[in-house]
Write a protein that binds this ligand. Structure first.
Ligand code: PEP
Ligand code: MN
Length: 338
């Protein structure tokens, strides 16, 4: 980090600033030029409050030259992180597909979809029990009874389960959930992230609708800072000016995240597209871009789905997607996990 001082900064104030920074355990590198004076801060600058530094009356500007995320950063952890859940390993070299309905609607619905997606090659089952709906009048999910149905579907199929948490008060109820999903709308719910950092259970963190890659990685950092390093990143489309898709899939997020971080990266093309026919081409693009997996919404009766029917594939369409994705993976020299 570099602190640029104002011209003619008072020497006493400079000394006070250097002392304050050194008290944080950092080394300072003072360099007085003809026009500008800069102070280089060397060491772990993650605890430096940039806004407070900028507010100092002798400071002209502060520039970060290294990333603010440390635990999520590949620079400090070059090896790929592999997240283990039951007999499933997720990460570089292990391509998995998570599939299931947007929301759990009934035992028959969930169990039949679970069996179908398993047959087609999905290795994890998704299903929302608590739904973060834009309208308070929309279906909010079966809540606790939905969680019970997920466990039944797991017993039936053996597929580990992924479901979304809405707040830290629910952590106890999620004890038997294999992967806890943090939805896009909660990506910056820092209290929730901190609480999940105390667990050792895998967390599937979705990128917020309007968040930068750096903000996304800082949210992962919140979980990891608590000691929970089992984080899977999920790009699910971001808001842009385009109106013909629900969101715009940021495919560049895949190589960027994989370059910046050692965490597994998966793509959710369903919420990105918002339209069923577009899910397969985006899924293939995700494989080509280097993603470690996919999350796909599947419904046995999309027209009558209580949530996200328009973007849901039928089990038959999902089966076709899996065949297309397998072919694409083989072309990329990757193997799909069974
Ligand atoms: C979901 O996965 O059903 C969901 C609500 O996703 P997102 O948080 O990405 O909108
Ligand atoms: Mn959904």
């Amino acid at each position: 980090m570099v602190v640029i001082l104002k011209p003619n900064a008072d020497r006493q104030r400079i000394d006070a600033l250097l002392k304050a920074v050194e008290a944080l355990g950092l080394k300072t590198n003072y360099s007085q030029g003809q026009e500008t004076t800069v102070v280089g801060l060397v060491g772990d600058t993650s605890r430096v409050d940039i806004d407070a530094l900028k507010a100092n009356e002798i400071v002209e500007d502060v520039k970060r030259i290294s990333e603010p995320y440390k635990k999520a950063n590949r620079r400090f952890h070059p090896a790929d992180t592999l997240v283990q859940v039951e007999n499933v390993t997720i990460g570089e070299g292990f391509f998995h597909v998570i599939a299931g309905p947007c929301s759990i609607e009934s035992e028959e619905q969930l169990c039949s979809i679970a069996q179908d997606v398993k047959k087609s090659g999905a290795t994890l089952l998704r299903g929302g029990a608590f739904k973060p709906r834009t309208s308070p009048y929309s279906f909010q999910g079966l809540e606790t009874s939905g969680l019970k149905l997920l466990l039944e579907a797991k017993k039936l199929t053996g597929l580990p389960i992924v479901t979304e948490i809405m707040g830290q008060d629910q952590i106890e109820d999620f004890a038997d959930v294999d992967i806890i999903q943090v939805g896009a709308r909660n990506m910056q719910n820092f209290r929730l992230l901190k609480a999940l950092g105390q667990l050792r259970k895998p967390i599937l963190l979705k990128r917020g609708l309007a968040n930068t890659i750096e903000e996304f990685l800082m949210s992962a950092e919140y979980i990891m800072a608590g000691g929970n390093e089992n984080v899977i990143l999920c790009e699910r489309g971001i808001r842009t000016f385009e109106t013909m898709v629900r969101n715009t899939l940021d495919i560049s997020a895949v190589p960027l995240l994989k370059q910046q971080s050692h965490l597994p990266v998966i793509i959710d093309p369903s919420h990105a597209a918002g339209i069923a026919w577009m899910v397969t081409p985006l899924a293939k693009a995700a494989v080509a871009a280097g993603a470690d997996g996919l999350m796909i919404e599947v419904h046995n009766d999309p027209k009558n789905a209580l949530c996200d029917g328009a973007q849901s594939l039928t089990p038959q369409q999902f089966d076709q997607l899996m065949q297309d994705v397998k072919r694409r993976a083989a072309f990329e020299g990757k193997q799909m996990c069974k």
